[in-house]
Design a protein around this ligand. Structure first.
Ligand code: 13P
Length: 252
């Protein structure tokens, strides 16, 4: 079944004290959401944030990344087993910042997706085009290729566990949101592309989130689009008031 989700990607922000303060504020301001909430703090905060949000069944713990190997001599890295051992339920994979700054390639992302699923966690797989691709109107094909190269090897039963986040790179942290029409156009195209591979029922059941300067002011319009099932939120997830408004914008 298609789920409505608001996920907060804190990126490299918040220490233990102010992170827990933020979670406290979000819990206080969120009554009964019309969907699921995922909080993805930095790795060192996972366990404590997880303990705090456990009291509410709508809240789930997410990680921002995982390593593509099971274990071994990879100094400074974090494995899916480690994430799973502290109660992580969702793992963000293929964020454009990882693709750009850490040179993560499609085959590596596919390996992360496989490991995440094998540990019983759900990938939030990010896709999205840079500005120069949008400007020459090849964004739909660009995103389709990202999905195909890292997800379409999955069996239907596994693909059904994947959440997709469409995040146009030109909209991330720039204050330049995709219009509701631009988001709807791409989300619809993604669903059509999934339908071609896995069939209409799987495509209909897939949760597709929008990300990129989504905030308290524009969330309701974006989420009202028929193929937009919520959002992956960066900057606005760091303010309890704003994040609560975004959660309240879910259409249920
Ligand atoms: P902003 O909401 O800060 O634009 O970030 C979006 C994002 O990258 C979420 O993963």
């Amino acid at each position: 079944m298609r789920q409505q989700i608001v996920a907060g990607n804190w990126k490299m922000n918040k220490g233990l004290e102010d992170g827990l303060e933020l979670v406290k504020g979000i819990l206080e301001k969120t009554e009964k959401p019309k969907g699921l909430i995922v909080i993805a703090p930095p790795f060192p905060l996972l366990r404590e944030v997880g303990k705090m949000i456990k009291v509410r069944k709508y809240f789930h713990l997410g990680a921002q990344n995982c390593h593509h190997e099971e274990k071994g001599a990879f100094t400074g890295e974090v494995s899916t087993d480690m994430l799973q051992s502290v109660g992580t339920e969702y793992v963000i994979i293929g964020h454009s910042e990882r693709r750009e700054y850490f040179k993560e390639k499609p085959a590596m992302l596919a390996a992360k997706v496989n490991l995440t699923l094998s540990r019983g966690m759900r990938p939030i797989f990010c896709c999205g085009e840079p500005l120069h691709i949008r400007e020459v109107d090849t964004h739909v094909g660009y995103v389709a290729k990202q999905l195909k190269s890292s997800l379409f090897h999955l069996k239907e039963e596994d693909f059904r566990k994947v959440v997709i986040a469409y995040e146009p790179i030109w909209a991330i942290g720039t204050g330049r949101t995709a219009s509701a029409q631009q988001a709807q156009e791409m989300h619809h195209a993604i669903r059509v592309f999934i339908a071609k591979k896995y069939g209409k029922s799987v495509a209909n059941d897939t949760t597709i989130l929008y990300g990129g300067s989504c905030n308290a002011q524009n969330a309701a319009e974006l989420f009202s689009q028929p193929d937009v099932d919520g959002g992956l939120i960066g900057g606005a997830s760091l303010k309890a008031d704003d994040f609560a408004v975004i959660i309240g914008a879910l259409k249920g």
